[in-house]
Design a protein around this ligand. Structure first.
Ligand code: PEP
Ligand code: MG
Length: 762
């Protein structure tokens, strides 16, 4: 049955839409389990009933016409109990409900399992048998396994609107609402530009042909390169492999020739299809064919074909040099948009971003917030290529995207845009006002930045300096490590733009989810691996070049501070400080630079650093809490994983307790303490951090004036008791409730983005 299970799962996953997937399930399960009926009931949120959506064995006309509430029938019982129900004589069970439209009176035994995704019962999968019998354990396990798989497919259909279309039985033009996470606030209305990763076989189907001759040339030269690559590999491995294994290489080369895969591709190109599309289609078709085979060895060959397919495709793309034609009002949509895309597109044309992967704290979101681009991330199951050219609404406040939006929605979001503009204009007057509480307690508001593009906005918003310059960002946008001189020029521009305001430059923080295209790191647990300072201490040549560039850039400006990321122990901190001091003395004593030693700081972003904060504070001038990483490490929740996003909250009492401890350690040593993670830019979070006594809050520029406006109207003397109270709360929901209940005036609630108004309607 295992083979059967795999094959069903695969066929279901490859179905073009949910309707086909459900039909496949009921047909194949009925056959595989030799039962008389298999049916799927799905929950309809509008009617709150379980609707029969597909059946093989019951009367077909019952589909969509029969439904049960949670309190009705055995189906309702499976849903309420959230566990399988297996009975021999269904009609004798007290919960049994006779529905004449289905004709089910003829079936005696019943096995129903709930379809559950992320704790929600999405539906019920049922098999029935004419003869009286009890389904055995194996059959039950088989159905449970299938149902878990089906849950993923249904959840996907839910987020793409497929489910709604199916239950509403409606036309193509219905509004589709995609649900994701709010990556960066704001609303955008624009046109989709699909960003596909290179060598993505699925994304190449729409590449336009540029004439048969040119496409044939592209194809032949890519195939030729692939052939010589394979031969090269074979040669270099020849001493180590057997004749049998060598045959594999020969098979590869043969696959490429004009009688095999090549033949079909050439035919399609001659029909006017582009080389990339033709090749991708043929490869995917062959993969499907192999994957559906029962023989495990042959099934595995699909992987080889896919690899070969990607290689040839990447050769075709290299010769073509992708050029991105971006229209005005562009919304970039992709399966996994990476932060570097922001550097290669004209900012004036870009209005929104939507990515299937990523999370609120992924670097794409952080940069989008810094640049003020409304963004939705973590849209599970988003099929970007289907949306090419569509007009969409991006709701970065709630993390939704609308395709084919209704007139009502368009009007609503146009209003939100007008409101946002008005609020920003209103806040502008605070630009040069000091960051103080109503009872005159002073703190500093700084910005987080990574790109020169957001400097202007930061200064316009009245930033008192840069609290975190993520120096890895300019590293992303190159094909190799930048030289010391290239770095110096970049850093100089930034220091000059902000001078005399201070700029905290963090040394290279790569690893984790931040990979440089030219320095790939493959690890099983990247967030617990070679990251941040661990990499740069292992590569002092990179670290020294960067620190030297920063120091030289600060000549005569003297507004530089250097911050060290991911410090987890004192020896690490001391090694990094020693290298900085060495670079400084080389420059001043040997190379004649007249420099001022910048202030030096350590980030507190792993739990060990919290416990060692006092030791760190003795050795540096300031501590800066990276609450994004600190939250993920204290709570053991991957900051990029949408599945556990509900568990990720920097307002968790454990994280707040850690931050409260850190500020005390810094002050006990007479040192400055700041926060540069996202919590600092959350108006509710900022209230607590000021109450803890943090001297600086560093945040994305778009939130700065909002935070300032709110804090200027609150008293530190009131915030302190609030802090004491929340530190004793049991969970983050309670913390948020308490902090938001503290703000009652509608005007202040609007600033705290708890809009009782238009943004949270419906
Ligand atoms: C943090 O971890 O909070 C931080 C500011 O650094 P990054 O988000 O760049 O990892
Ligand atoms: Mg960090």
């Amino acid at each position: 049955m295992l083979g059967e299970l795999r094959s069903i799962v695969q066929q279901v996953n490859e179905s073009p839409d949910l309707g086909v997937a459900l039909e496949t399930i009921v047909r194949r399960v009925k056959h595989a389990m030799s039962v008389s009926v298999c049916s799927v009931y799905l929950f309809d949120p509008d009617t709150k009933r379980y609707v029969l959506m597909a059946t093989n064995g019951l009367k077909r006309k019952a589909v969509r016409n029969v439904s049960l509430s949670r309190n009705e029938g055995l189906v309702g019982l499976v849903a309420t109990r959230e566990e399988p129900i297996n009975i021999e004589a269904a009609d004798a069970h007290p919960a049994f409900q006779y529905i004449p439209e289905t004709g089910e009176e003829r079936f005696s035994s019943f096995l129903g399992v709930p379809i559950i995704h992320h704790r929600r019962v999405l539906g019920v999968l049922v098999v029935q048998q004419r003869v009286k019998r009890r389904f055995d354990e194996n059959e039950e396990a088989f159905l449970i396994t299938l149902s878990a798989q089906l849950a993923g497919v249904i959840a996907h259909a839910e987020s793409t609107g497929d489910l709604r279309r199916l239950t509403a039985n409606d036309s193509e033009n219905q509004e589709i609402e995609y649900h994701g996470l709010p990556g960066a606030p704001g609303v955008a209305i624009g046109n989709v530009v699909v960003i596909s990763p290179l060598a993505d076989l699925y994304a190449s189907s729409a590449v336009k042909a540029r004439g048969v001759k040119l496409e044939l040339e592209t194809f032949h030269s890519a195939v030729e390169r692939a052939r010589s690559h394979i031969r090269e590999m074979e040669r270099s491995l020849s001493a180590h492999i057997s004749d049998q294994e060598r045959l594999l290489f020969t098979a590869y080369v043969q696959m490429l020739d004009d009688h095999n895969l090549g033949k079909e591709v050439l035919e399609r190109i001659r029909e006017g299809v582009s080389a990339q599309s033709a090749w991708s289609e043929v490869i995917l078709q062959h993969c499907k064919h192999f994957e559906a085979m029962d023989d495990p060895y042959l099934r595995e060959r699909a992987v080889d074909i896919r690899d070969l397919g990607k290689r040839v495709l990447s050769y075709m793309q290299e010769t073509e040099e992708r050029e991105l034609e971006v229209p005005d009002q562009a919304v970039l949509v992709g399966e996994d948009l990476s932060p570097d895309i922001l550097g290669s597109i004209d900012r004036d044309k870009l209005v929104g971003l939507v990515s299937a992967k990523g999370s609120v704290n992924s670097h794409l979101s952080i940069l989008a917030r810094a640049m003020g681009i409304p963004t939705v991330v973590g849209v599970e199951g988003l099929k970007a290529s289907r949306l090419r050219g569509e007009k969409v609404i991006v709701d970065g406040y709630r993390g939704y995207m609308y395709v084919n939006a209704t007139d009502e929605h368009i009007e609503h979001f146009l209003n939100v845009q007008v409101e946002d503009k008005a609020l920003n204009a209103e806040l502008e007057v605070l630009r040069d006002e000091p960051a103080v509480t109503a009872d005159n307690h002073r703190y500093r508001l700084l910005v987080n930045t990574g790109l020169m593009a957001d400097v202007q906005m930061s200064i316009e918003r009245g930033a008192e300096g840069v609290g975190l310059f993520r120096s890895e960002v300019p590293f992303f946008m190159r094909q190799r490590f930048p030289t010391e001189e290239e770095q110096r020029q970049y850093y100089r521009e930034l220091l000059e733009a902000f001078s005399p305001r201070p700029v905290v430059m963090r040394t290279l923080d790569i690893g984790g989810d931040k990979a440089l295209p030219y320095f790939p790191i493959q690890e099983a647990n990247p967030f617990l691996g070679w990251r941040g300072i661990r990499i740069t201490l292992d590569h002092p040549e990179l670290f020294l070049a960067q620190v030297r560039a920063m120091l030289k850039a600060s000549l005569d400006l003297d507004n530089l501070a250097i911050l060290l990321p991911m410090i987890s122990g004192v020896p690490e901190l001391e090694s990094a400080l020693t290298l900085i001091r060495r670079a400084f003395s080389e420059l001043t004593e040997e190379e004649g630079y007249d420099l001022v030693m910048p202030s030096l700081g350590a980030m507190i972003e792993v739990p060990s650093a919290v416990f060692l904060a006092r030791e760190f504070a003795k050795r540096v001038d300031f501590l800066s809490v990276g609450s994004n990483d600190l939250t993920q490490y204290i709570l053991a929740v991957d900051r990029n994983n949408p599945r556990v996003v509900d568990l990720y909250d920097a307002m968790h009492p454990a994280v707040l307790g850690a931050m409260n401890h850190v500020v005390k350690c810094a002050h006990a040593e007479g040192k400055v303490a700041g926060v540069c993670g996202e919590i600092a830019g959350d108006p509710l979070g900022a209230m607590l951090l000021v109450a803890m006594g943090y001297d600086t809050l560093s945040m994305n520029a778009s939130n700065l004036l909002r935070v300032k406006a709110l804090l200027r109207q609150l008293n530190l003397s009131d915030l302190k008791p609030l802090l004491r109270d929340v530190l004793h709360s049991s969970d983050s929901d309670l913390v948020r409730q308490k902090v938001s209940a503290f703000i009652t005036a509608p005007e202040l609630r609007r600033l705290a983005q708890m809009g009782d108004g238009v943004k949270t309607h419906h």
